[in-house]
Write a protein that binds this ligand. Structure first.
Ligand SMILES: Nc1ncnc2c1ncn2[C@@H]1O[C@H](COP(=O)(O)OP(=O)(O)OP(=O)(O)O)[C@@H](O)[C@H]1O
Ligand SMILES: [Mg+2]
Length: 411
């Protein structure tokens, strides 16, 4: 039995918590039927810092999304994870296919080698493994195989990317959802989700970095040969820009946020030096602000945030992988005018702003770099729907199914 008629993604961001509910159309497609956003509380730089506040935020966003989606039952959710504890590294593993000459590799063999990679990666570390992402399979020493199922061979090897997080952080995340009566079926690292929704297949193959700069975190993901090959999270985001405006012009944070969005530009050289804007401060009095000076403040901090991302990438040694595809900048920070040009000068490669590639119903609501992560969570959900159904069809679930059949909708 299929459990899933819908997929629900939740993006726990530093500034906003967003929930999108989508109806599954077929094994590859979904349609958005509801979305709700709430200002985040209890979440800072990708990490839950107050469980009760985070639960309230989740419930608030959920109410809004469900109001829009109509009558749907939401229990299982796919959630992003970010923060300074996220790490990635490579591992390998091997299993023998000992069923005689010419044995055909099955799905179960692939599962075994992935499990072996997980075991290899977990030895000696306290971190929790979030993903084991196959990069390359090797069958009888033949490398570069993306899907070994149905090939014949006697030895199956895997090169995989392991993504880990801090166990306490992940426990807090699950508790916040438990308290909202929601079950986290999948945790997905932020950069994987953002890459999933914004990168084309060609970009993922050629080698491209997705850099999602939100309000408080910079999530870096490098994709090559079709898979995520590196991820890292750096503290720092667009609220630092707002903070500088607030301090520099002695205005409240909320007003600084508004003028950044409405008048901000990361390229002062294109701004008329005599141009000023009248800004309502706290709704009480007005102040004249030079648009050029505003742009200078924005440029300085934006350049710093981008340089930190570049430094992180260079330090990782993965910059050479992005020579063909360049950088796809996404997250709310990428909406800043002129930021793509500024980023090109910092990264010394081509940069484009990444929007989620979604064209279905309600696309006008979700087709923004602010929603790259959440749309990626839904794509991740639909790609892994069989795996989730299989988990659902375990022995306990079969019993629950039986009880459901008898007692109808009580469960
Ligand atoms: N049009 C715009 N121009 C400039 N900045 C914008 C614009 N729209 C949103 N932002 C900024 O984007 C940020 C929010 O981005 P986003 O929603 O991606 O962050 P988040 O997911 O909540 O946080 P994080 O991913 O860092 O945890 C805010 O700082 C906001 O000021
Ligand atoms: Mg975000």
């Amino acid at each position: 039995m299929k459990r899933y008629d819908s997929i629900v993604g939740i993006d726990l961001g530093t500034s906003k918590t967003c929930i999108v509910i989508a109806e599954i159309v077929d094994e590859k497609n979904f349609e958005v039927i509801g979305a709700g956003t709430s200002d985040s509380r209890g979440i800072n730089a990708g990490v839950i810092v107050n469980i009760d506040e985070a639960t309230d935020t989740i419930l608030d966003a959920l109410d809004k999304a469900m109001e829009m989606a109509g009558k749907v039952r939401v229990r299982d959710v796919i959630v992003n994870v970010s923060g300074k504890y996220i790490k990635s590294f490579d591992t390998t593993a091997t299993v023998n296919i000992s069923r005689g000459k010419g044995a055909i590799i099955t799905e179960n063999d692939v599962k075994r080698v992935i499990d072996a990679a997980r075991i290899n990666a977990s030895s000696g570390g306290d971190e929790e493994i979030i993903h084991v992402l196959p990069r390359n399979f090797i069958v009888d020493n033949e490398s570069g195989i993306q899907n070994p199922i149905n090939m014949s061979g006697s030895k199956l090897e895997i090169d995989a990317l392991i993504v880990t997080g801090n166990p306490t952080s992940l426990r807090n995340l699950r508790t916040a959802f438990d308290n909202a009566d929601l079950y986290v079926s999948d945790v997905v690292v932020n950069a994987l989700a953002s890459g999933e929704s914004t990168l084309s297949i060609a970009e993922r193959e050629q080698g491209t970095a997705v850099i999602d700069i939100g309000s408080g975190t910079t999530d870096i993901g490098v994709f090559s040969d079709g898979s995520l090959i590196y991820t890292r999270v750096i503290p720092g985001g667009s609220k630092y820009v707002t903070n500088d405006i607030s301090i520099g012009f002695k205005i409240p944070f909320e007003d600084a946020e508004r003028i950044k969005i409405n008048h901000g530009n990361a390229l002062p050289e294109y701004i008329d030096k005599s141009s000023t804007i009248k800004v309502d401060i706290g709704g009480i009095h007005q102040k004249d602000i030079s648009v050029y000076e505003l742009s200078k403040v924005i440029e300085a901090r934006a350049k710093e945030l981008l340089s930190l991302a570049k430094k992180g990438l260079d330090k990782s040694g993965y910059t050479r992988y992005i020579r063909n595809g360049g950088v796809v900048l996404t997250g709310g920070f990428s909406l800043l005018k002129g930021v793509d040009k500024l980023a090109e000068s910092v990264f010394e490669t081509s940069v484009r702003v990444g929007f989620p590639n979604y064209t279905g119903p309600l696309f006008e609501m979700v087709n923004t770099p602010i929603h790259s992560t959440i749309m990626g969570l839904l794509l991740y959900g639909i790609k892994n729907i069989d795996e989730r159904d299989r988990r659902y069809n375990g022995p306990l679930d079969k019993i629950l199914d039986f009880i459901r059949k008898i007692f109808g909708d009580i469960f």
